[in-house]
Ligand binder design. Structure first.
Ligand code: ASP
Length: 344
């Protein structure tokens, strides 16, 4: 029963019992009769580096803070980590040696903001939040996004670390754009311990979704995108519905992997819609992964995509095309890293 309907029934009942004498006391007749629903906050995010990001998000969620503030704070950790070569500062550049960042954020009221192909700003997620909160728009790209960031007090910084520049220069020797998946996870090293392009981890993104103690959802997704992409290329991560989707009635989902395949099926929105039809988070993520296979059967074997999702009950799950995708969970009850199930 919806809470509105419950309230209506109770006020009718109390009214018919003659418990409300004056108009004044009828203004909010039943709110005080109900203890607010106590939701258990939970945050989940993609890959091993999601663990540190979740811990930061928990500093907000654990105190009863808003999911939106939690996800922004959480993803800023990998954004600022120079050892993480797939997000923010230290991210691997495009083929021209430029670090271009993509990020989006969405709250419990369907507000959303996004920046695409943003250079020189360490925290694109915070710029995306400002686009959401301060402009009449949803997306700002490239130079416009940079101008907006600078006008709002963000500092211009060089995001190309010597390590990432070295990797790029090495890549230039062959200049082959070949995203390699993490099949069997042979070369996989946790983020911050030397992910190398050409190895399995040349693409990763932090996607984080959370439910707060009020039962409200928010999500954030931020990345430097595919290493050595064409300049100007944008993947799924900053596209609302593809890399991230939040529907406060149902839950939230986010993705990582080869963005072109996720965009094709509007992946995160699909996962949320599958949950709306009654699927549990893991089953919804699996179906979305299967949709990728049905749309690109030959290609799907050669690339990685992973989804994670939470529903209104606080249930969560993830699924990937290939082995090797992990996601991190943190709630009052548990804190762990989960190897996602996969098709191949
Ligand atoms: N989804 C990101 C993109 O396509 C990359 C990744 O998650 O690995 O840009």
């Amino acid at each position: 029963m919806s809470s509105t309907r419950r309230k209506f029934l109770h006020s009718s009942l109390l009214g018919s019992l003659g418990l409300f004498a004056g108009k004044k006391s009828m203004a909010h007749p039943v709110d005080t009769l109900y203890a607010p629903t106590k939701n258990e906050p939970i945050v989940i995010s993609t890959w091993d580096f999601g663990k540190a990001a979740n811990a930061e998000a928990w500093t907000v969620l654990g105190k009863g803070g808003r999911a939106l503030d939690a996800v922004e704070a959480g993803v800023k950790i990998p954004e600022a980590d120079p050892n993480n070569q797939s997000v923010g500062y230290g991210g691997l550049p495009d083929r021209d040696g430029r670090v271009t960042l993509d990020a989006c954020i969405m709250d419990e009221q369907y507000n959303c903001g996004s920046v695409m192909c943003l250079e020189y700003i360490m925290h694109p997620i915070s710029v995306a939040r400002l686009v959401m909160e301060k402009t009449p728009h949803v997306v700002l790209v490239g130079d416009g996004a940079l101008q907006f960031a600078l006008a709002n007090g963000f500092q211009k910084e060089n995001l190309l670390t010597p390590e990432s520049e070295k990797v790029w220069k090495e890549w230039l020797k062959t200049s082959k754009y070949e995203p390699v998946i993490n099949i069997e996870n042979k070369l996989h090293k946790p983020a911050g311990e030397g992910n190398m392009p050409g190895g399995p981890n040349n693409h990763d993104t932090i996607g984080m979704i959370a439910m707060d103690a009020s039962g409200n959802f928010s999500g954030a997704c931020t990345t430097s995108g595919m290493a050595f992409k064409m300049h100007g290329r944008v993947g799924d991560s900053p596209i609302i519905g593809a890399g991230l989707y939040v529907d406060n009635e149902i839950g939230a989902a986010t993705s990582t992997g080869v963005g072109e395949e996720v965009i094709r099926i509007v992946g995160s929105h699909l996962v949320v819609e599958l949950m709306r039809q009654g699927l549990a988070p893991e089953a919804a993520c699996k179906k979305a992964v299967e949709r990728i296979i049905s749309r690109s059967p030959a290609k799907a074997k050669t690339l990685q995509v992973g989804f994670i999702a939470i529903n209104k009950k606080g249930e969560y799950g993830g699924y990937a095309l290939q082995k090797g995708f992990t996601y991190a969970v943190k709630s009052g009850k548990e804190e762990k890293l989960i190897p996602a199930k996969s098709i191949y």
